[in-house]
Design a protein around this ligand. Structure first.
Ligand SMILES: *Cc1c(COP(=O)(O)O)cnc(C)c1O
Length: 400
């Protein structure tokens, strides 16, 4: 059986679990006639509750819900006080939003290589540090943590701020510690593809009370409503600055609050699915992406084949069997994205052509990711196992 895309199952995560509870939560906000978080006729305080839930989930004292994952990353850097023109080291394998957030925070992105985990190579991080480097943004790619201990070690030694891009990894842990709560700040996304979703949304996490204060102000026009608390707007404690509007709506927060408790069981289930597929195809001797902490992952199945050509054959073979498979970012590192390559920002050319990240291009180009969805059945998992077996033998048979 296949769905409209020709694939036998869908790869949605949070969205796959949308149902009556989300509907009731949205209706409650609509009936309250108070969809704005800071005032209204009968506030339900869903955004406040979401922030508390996210702080608990990630083990940090402070969370700020915002309008998107990109907004969360920008707010994180602004909150931590990034100076204009400062460099932020970003892995060569990520979604372009990581770069967009650095640009929006008036920083300059610098690209570092990934290793066979497809995440920032801690050994290659140090060579990208200059006197202009302000911070580093490890990306927890496809529901698996980057190797945070050695990254945090380099950052501490060299005085860098660490902003985790955990957009693809809400609910994921690294050595027992939830991602997003490991660096100076972390960002989650609640866009449609992510682990929990309201279509759009994001959150920043931090342990730093001063950064938190700045984050709250930044996402709310410098604190126009959040600091009012019945007093004169925008004159709370701390330094005042002009912010912007990146606020979350109560509707989004209400839906996300329903989704939040589903995160842990979903990650557990998809981690088990991934493990089962690897175990039941172990006889093939395939290379899988290295996971710095497999126990904490939220389910990743990414193969590393011996060449781009073999990877392409694998994608075609798996898709022909109805298994959603693809090479992440069409095999393109973010530093070869046209606008990034040319240093083009809305404010003009901001940097010179970055060096090619050839190691990252190598790993990414010969990788194949099998999409996992929260509504996958055991039969779907069996089909993935069978498709991997068949594709491996077909690709080998053709001498690939
Ligand atoms: C989705 C994503 C973002 C941005 O999240 P939005 O909510 O879409 O703005 C940032 N970084 C990575 C790695 C992502 O996958």
């Amino acid at each position: 059986m296949t769905n409209g895309s020709g694939m036998r199952y869908e790869t949605w995560r949070g969205l796959a679990l949308w149902g009556e509870q989300e509907e009731a939560a949205a209706v409650e906000v609509i009936r309250s006639r108070s969809p704005f978080r800071y005032y209204g006729p009968a506030l339900t305080h869903r955004t406040d509750a979401l922030e508390q839930g996210l702080a608990e989930l990630t083990g940090v004292p402070h969370a700020v819900a915002v309008s998107s994952g990109t907004a969360a990353l920008t707010t994180a850097m602004v909150g931590l006080g990034i100076p204009a023109g400062a460099e932020v080291i970003v892995p060569a394998v990520t979604f372009v939003a990581s770069v967009g957030a650095v640009v929006a925070a008036r920083g300059i992105p610098v690209f570092a290589e990934v290793d066979d985990a497809l995440t920032l190579d801690p050994r290659r991080l140090e060579e990208r540090i200059t006197e202009r480097t302000w911070g580093v943004m490890p990306v927890h790619l496809n529901n698996a943590a980057a190797d945070m201990d050695p990254i945090l070690d380099v950052a501490r030694r060299r005085g860098l701020r660490v902003v985790e891009d955990a957009a693809q990894a809400a609910g994921v842990a690294y050595r027992g510690r939830p991602v997003g709560g490991l660096g100076d700040a972390g960002a989650l996304s609640f866009q449609l593809d992510k682990n929990i979703t309201a279509g759009e949304g994001g959150a920043v996490l931090t342990r730093d009370p001063e950064a938190y204060e700045r984050m709250v102000r930044y996402q709310d026009q410098g604190g126009q409503f959040s600091t009012s608390k019945g007093a004169v707007r925008g004159t709370g404690d701390g330094p005042v600055f002009v912010g912007t509007n990146l606020r979350m709506t109560e509707l989004a927060a209400a839906v996300l609050l329903v989704q939040l408790p589903r995160l842990a069981p979903m990650c557990q289930r998809l981690r088990d699915v991934a493990r089962r597929v690897r175990e039941e195809t172990a006889d093939l001797g395939l290379d899988w992406r290295r996971l710095p902490d497999e126990e904490g992952s939220g389910g990743d199945l990414t193969l590393l084949l011996d060449s781009r050509l073999t990877a392409r054959g694998f994608v075609a073979g798996l898709r022909a069997a109805g298994v959603p498979a693809y090479t992440l970012y069409q095999g393109q590192t973010v530093s070869t994205h046209r606008a990034v390559r040319e240093g083009r920002t809305p404010w003009g050319k901001e940097w010179e052509r970055p060096e090619r990240n050839r190691i990252s291009e190598g790993f990414l180009g010969r990788s194949v990711t099998i999409g996992l969805g929260a509504a996958m059945t055991d039969e779907d998992v069996d089909a993935v196992v069978a498709a991997v077996h068949k594709t491996a033998s077909d690709v080998r048979g053709s001498g690939g």
